[in-house]
Design a protein around this ligand. Structure first.
Ligand code: HPA
Length: 278
C-alpha cells in the first residue's frame, strides 16, 4: 500500500501546486460546498491511479484542489461506501493519500437518520463519538508501521479542540447544533423500526452508512477530525415514515448553507492559529 500511496501522491503533485492544509470529505447532498471552493484543479477519480470509482447517484466522484478564503484544501466530491462493494481499505485509500499530501486536519460530512427523540429533520449534529457496527475495520490485516500504530488509541476520535471551535461558531451565528454519537451500519438498506430502536438502546443518536472508516484511518495517522451529520429522517417510534435516497438528498441540500458557513469559519480560524504558531 505504501508504494500505491506514493504513486498516487506523485501523480497528484504533478497536477496541482496546492499544498492542502485540510482535507474535506463532502458527503451526501453536500457536494455543493464545492461551489465555495476556488478550484485550481479537479481530477475525476477514474483518472487517479489506485483510486476506486464511485458509483452512487448524487456523487460526482472527483478530487478537488483549491482554496476556501485563501486556505488551501483538498476535497473529495463523492466518497466510497462499504455498501458499494469496496473493501474498507479501498474506501479509505483517499484519506491515506490526503495525509501523504500533507493535510493537518480532516473535515467530513454525511446524512443520517436520527434516533434521538430530541432531534428534528434538518438538524445538524456535530459528531462527538461513533460506534463501528460494520463487520470489518479498515485497519484489519498487517499493520503498516510507517502509517500508524497496530493498536491506535480511540479515546478522542473527534477532536475536542475542533469541536469546541465549531460549537462557538454555531452559537455566534445562531445555528442550532445538536451533538451526539453516530453509529455506522453497512446499508444499503435503511433501518427497520426494530433496528432503529436497537441503535438507540446501544447509545447512538444517529445512524448512517459512512464516515467511520475514514475517521478510523485518519486517527491511525493521528489526523485531528471534525464531522457533522445532517439528520435527514427520524428513526424514532411514531415518527418513522418511508424514506428514499431522493428525500435524504433534498433535506441535506436545505441544511447545506449552515454547514458551509461552519466549515468556512472553522478553516479561517484554525488556519490563522496555525499560521501564528509557525
Ligand atoms: N439510516 C442510514 N443511513 C442514512 C439514514 C438512515 O436513516 N438517513 C440518511 N442516511
Amino acid at each position: 500500500m505504501l508504494k500505491q500511496i506514493q504513486e498516487t501522491k506523485t501523480f497528484l503533485e504533478s497536477k496541482t501546486k496546492i499544498h492542502p492544509f485540510a482535507g474535506i470529505v463532502l458527503g451526501t447532498g453536500l457536494g455543493n460546498l464545492s461551489s465555495e471552493i476556488k478550484i485550481e484543479t479537479a481530477i475525476p477519480y477514474e483518472d487517479i491511479p489506485h483510486f476506486p470509482v464511485s458509483t452512487v447517484e448524487g456523487h460526482h466522484g472527483q478530487l478537488i484542489f483549491g482554496t476556501i478564503n485563501d486556505v488551501p484544501i483538498v476535497a473529495m466530491q463523492g466518497r466510497f461506501h462499504y455498501y458499494e462493494g469496496y473493501s474498507l481499505k479501498e474506501c479509505t485509500f483517499p484519506i491515506r493519500v490526503m495525509k501523504a499530501l500533507g493535510i493537518a486536519n480532516l473535515f467530513l460530512s454525511n446524512a443520517s437518520g436520527g434516533v434521538n427523540s430530541n432531534f428534528n429533520i434538518g438538524d445538524i449534529m456535530l459528531i462527538t463519538d461513533h460506534i463501528n457496527l460494520l463487520p470489518d475495520n479498515p485497519l484489519r490485516g498487517k499493520n503498516i508501521n510507517e502509517l500508524g500504530p497496530r493498536f491506535p488509541d480511540m479515546s478522542e476520535p473527534y477532536s475536542k479542540e475542533l469541536n469546541d471551535l465549531v460549537i462557538n461558531i454555531a452559537n455566534q451565528n445562531n445555528i442550532q447544533l445538536q451533538q451526539g454519537v453516530y453509529a455506522i451500519l453497512s446499508g444499503p438498506t435503511f433501518e427497520t423500526p426494530a433496528e432503529y430502536r436497537y441503535m438507540k438502546i446501544i447509545g447512538a443518536d444517529t445512524v448512517g452508512m459512512s464516515t467511520v472508516p475514514e475517521v478510523i484511518v485518519a486517527r491511525h495517522m493521528n489526523i485531528p477530525c471534525m464531522a457533522m451529520s445532517i439528520i435527514t429522517d427520524l428513526g424514532v417510534d411514531g415518527k418513522i415514515v418511508e424514506i428514499s435516497h431522493e428525500e435524504v438528498q433534498k433535506v441535506a441540500k436545505a441544511a447545506e448553507p449552515k454547514m458551509t458557513l461552519i466549515i468556512k469559519e472553522l478553516l479561517a480560524q484554525i488556519y490563522t492559529t496555525e499560521s501564528i504558531l509557525k
